[in-house]
Write a protein that binds this ligand. Structure first.
Ligand SMILES: Nc1nc2c(c(=O)[nH]1)N[C@H]1C(S)=C(S)[C@@H](COP(=O)(O)OP(=O)(O)OC[C@H]3O[C@@H](n4cnc5c(=O)[nH]c(N)nc54)[C@H](O)[C@@H]3O)O[C@H]1N2
Ligand SMILES: Nc1nc2c(c(=O)[nH]1)N[C@H]1C(S)=C(S)[C@@H](COP(=O)(O)OP(=O)(O)OC[C@H]3O[C@@H](n4cnc5c(=O)[nH]c(N)nc54)[C@H](O)[C@@H]3O)O[C@H]1N2
Ligand code: SF4
Ligand SMILES: [Mo]
Length: 695
């Protein structure tokens, strides 16, 4: 029996798992004991990675739709030729940018980068990722405030904090292994800011039951109270930040008294919370989708950064303004996808970076993409308008997960050529495809993933591929060949080749990985096989398993100072009013459920604890007012004018005027709006006005 260590590619924690293999079959999966991230822990999803693909439609050869609408297997070579011909024909007929892709944070960094090379450099097409629905807000907030998309923390900071504040974050469900580490820190005070009494809020010392989207007002009010009481770190502000005076002036109008209506938190509780932050010696702030998925997400994330900076809670053990990522490789896609920045970071019009990247890739500068992509929402809008005619979807299921999801259906139906590349042929999106390209799952792949604390870790093939099976890497490579890339693929033959190219691209950047090699990551010694956080430069020695950024107070802005950024409070474009009197909130349902429920199928039935059908949580008082019984099926209509049916689960985790719908059912996103943050273009999924109709 062989033991092979590899990285879980489901959530952003990036646990390592030991796979025991006999006769090319996985006999057992257990969490790697000495891996610094999970230290012998794992969740139900990772532990069932061996059950991949038991349920659901799987093919080894591509599927092509015929005139009567049936899908038939074709040979791989035929599929690559067809892809190249169709996409090139569309581009010559309607223009280069009439073709686009939508990718994912759930494949390896090498695959993401090769896609960036083939599609963005060579095809010159726009392409975005599902990370737009998720991390775009943090990315923009980091870039503007810190000067680079570089989250400050290492996971150990949660163990070292004396005060831990979660804002719009439910790690008990969404980041279970991290949550287990948080809970080990018995001395810390845990505060949860969430309109809903989430599983995390239930456990916390204090639940700040804020009104939905009251966060920006609350954070500005807290900043004002801290300033007025002189509970700030003047020395840190002076030495390491800029824009504080303007910020101070801006927040001076946010008093506990006049904020009450917007946030529903009393003056006493606000003062208490400010005092708790002041009293804490090591305060860490952690935010996730309750912040990012908002029409004012970027400014809210920056308000969290401002609080950490002004109280000196950044760059020290146990502190930080820390954005938790969701998918296994969102961080890889952020640094190396060639969609919103060059490989390794830097704007497309940055002359020096263009030179460095073209040199690293050994290509002419004119090959590099010349501008950032149009965002996801614009790709969908352009497909609906008929300006985009060809779309390549990889490792994501937008027919289910995109906001106002019938818009994606409209887009798909309007396309001349929809290609879907997934490990399952029967996702809602795969089923819409004209050409379906099957890829193998992570257990048959090689490459790297980057977790939420910037840790690069190795994915190793656990069992071999069978005949006709291809990895995403091989599929994308062969598409490049069929498109006629020729010599432009010479340096990209294997994932390892690509990793070496990315290292060169990252040289001198904040995400420098020049010191990392596959060999080091695979090494038996503790350091390398524990994954390595970026930055890790050539000839650097790895002394610590856990490293945080900004310890010397230097940031990546031109002045090296962190910026105080802020803005006015906006009105929720889809706020509740008489006709739509309730709010629909949405997010994760349970530890075992994953997004669009495709991979949730991999968990054995006996372990499934969640309902089959779409449901909402409703407060007992509202249920009694509307005379709705447990498990009654109701129709919910949203401000979109869309309707969907949900079973009602009566539960006091939600307030009387709010419902909560897990995202794992396609119904939920039929109700969410086409509303976005103005800077990040991330959908404002979480707060939409609805009404409830009894059947
Ligand atoms: N089991 C499981 N784990 C997952 C995932 C999964 O699908 N299943 N998905 C992964 C991914 S990609 C991501 S991005 C993460 C997401 O991780 P989280 O963001 O932690 O999860 P969510 O449930 O989306 O939302 C978190 C909380 O935001 C709250 N919220 C809603 N509106 C507001 C508001 O206006 N203000 C505040 N303060 N809070 C609000 C919700 O009530 C919810 O409790 O999870 C990752 N982990
Ligand atoms: N209302 C509402 N909507 C939301 C959210 C919310 O909080 N509220 N959260 C949003 C967030 S944060 C996210 S990240 C998105 C997630 O939304 P999606 O990305 O659409 O969700 P998944 O179900 O993870 O889809 C991933 C797909 O990739 C496939 N896949 C897995 N491994 C591989 C592989 O190795 N190769 C290939 N080619 N395919 C693979 C899976 O089979 C699956 O079909 O949903 C967003 N939608
Ligand atoms: S916590 Fe995340 S990375 Fe760890 S086993 Fe579960 S899904 Fe995989
Ligand atoms: Mo996400």
């Amino acid at each position: 029996m062989k033991k092979i260590q590899s990285t879980c590619n489901i959530c952003s924690i990036g646990c390592n798992l030991d796979f025991y293999v006999e006769d090319n079959k996985i006999t057992k999966v257990s969490p790697t004991k000495n891996y610094p991230v999970n230290k012998g822990l794992a969740c139900i999803k990772g532990l069932n990675l061996d059950k991949e693909q038991i349920k659901g439609e799987v093919t080894k050869k591509p599927l092509l739709r015929d005139e009567s609408g049936n899908r038939n297997e074709i040979e791989w070579d035929e599929a690559f030729e067809l892809f190249a011909k169709k996409m090139s024909d569309i581009q010559s007929k309607y223009g280069t940018e009439s073709v686009a892709f939508i990718s994912t944070g759930q494949i390896t960094t090498e695959e993401i980068a090769l896609l960036g090379h083939v599609a963005r450099n060579f095809m010159k097409i726009p392409g975005d990722g599902n990370t737009r629905q998720c991390m775009a807000t943090s990315v923009v907030a980091h870039k503007q405030s810190f000067g680079f998309d570089a989250p400050p923390y290492t996971l150990k900071d949660a163990e070292l904090s004396d005060t831990i504040i979660f804002i719009g974050s439910n790690p008990a469900i969404a980041h279970p292994v991290f949550w287990a580490r948080v809970r080990k820190n018995k001395d810390a005070k845990i505060i949860v800011i969430d309109p809903r009494k989430s599983e995390t809020a239930k456990y916390a010392d204090e639940w700040i039951d804020i009104k939905p989207k009251g966060d920006l007002t609350l954070l500005y009010t807290l900043a004002n109270v801290l300033i007025e009481n002189n509970w700030i770190d003047k020395e840190y502000i002076k030495q390491y930040s800029e824009g504080f005076e303007e910020f101070k002036n801006h927040v001076s109008k946010f008093t506990p008294e006049n904020s009450f209506e917007k946030i529903g938190i009393s003056k006493e509780r606000i003062l208490n919370l400010a005092k708790t932050i002041h009293d804490g010696k090591r305060v860490s702030f952690w935010w996730t989708m309750g912040v990012n998925q908002s029409y004012e997400g970027v400014r809210t994330a920056q308000a969290i950064i401002n609080l950490a900076v002004m109280t000196g809670n950044i760059g020290r053990p146990g502190t930080g303004a820390n954005s938790l990522t969701g998918q296994s490789n969102a961080m890889g896609s952020r640094a190396f996808s060639n969609t919103t920045g060059l490989f390794g970071g830097g704007d497309f019009d940055d002359i020096l970076r263009r030179k460095a990247v073209s040199k690293a890739l050994e290509v002419n500068e004119s090959l590099l993409a010349t501008k950032a992509t149009i965002p996801y929402n614009v790709i969908v809008e352009k497909a609906i308008a008929g300006e985009i005619k060809g779309l390549w979807v990889i490792g994501t299921n937008p027919r289910h997960s995109w906001t106002n999801n019938s818009e994606f259906k409209k887009a798909a139906e309007n396309l001349e050529f929809l290609v879907v590349q997934d490990i399952y042929a029967d996702t809602h999106t795969s089923k819409l495809s004209y050409l379906f390209l099957p890829s193998v799952p992570i257990i048959k792949k090689e490459g790297t993933l980057i977790n939420l604390e910037r840790r690069v870790s190795k994915v190793n093939p656990v069992i071999p591929k069978e005949e006709d099976e291809l990895t995403d890497y091989e599929i994308i490579f062969n598409i490049g060949k069929a498109l006629g890339m020729g010599k432009l693929l010479d340096n990209w033959k294997t994932p390892k080749d690509t990793f070496e190219l990315l290292k060169k691209c990252s040289k001198g950047m904040p995400c420098d990985i020049t010191g990392i090699t596959y060999e080091l990551l695979e090494g038996e010694d503790r350091t390398g096989s524990g994954g390595i956080q970026w930055p890790f430069r050539e000839s650097e020695a790895l002394e610590e398993d856990e490293r945080r950024l900004y310890e010397n107070g230097e940031y990546y802005t031109p002045s090296k100072k962190v910026k105080f950024l802020f803005g006015d409070i906006s009105k929720n474009p889809v706020a509740q009013y008489d006709e739509f009197p309730y709010i629909l909130n949405s997010g994760r349902g349970s530890v075992g459920q994953w997004h669009t429920s495709i991979r949730t199928r991999e968990i054995p039935d006996k372990l499934k604890t969640w309902p089959e059908k779409a449901y909402v949580y409703m407060n007992p008082k509202l249920a009694s007012k509307l005379k709705i019984n447990e498990n009654e099926n109701v129709i919910i209509e949203s401000i979109n004018n869309s309707r969907a049916k949900f079973d009602v689960k009566i539960n006091d985790m939600v307030k009387e005027d709010q419902l909560y719908a897990p995202i794992h059912y396609i119904e939920t996103n039929s109700l969410t709006p086409s509303v976005y943050d103005p800077f990040s273009k991330e959908p404002s999924f979480k707060t939409v006005a609805i009404k409830i109709l009894k059947k």
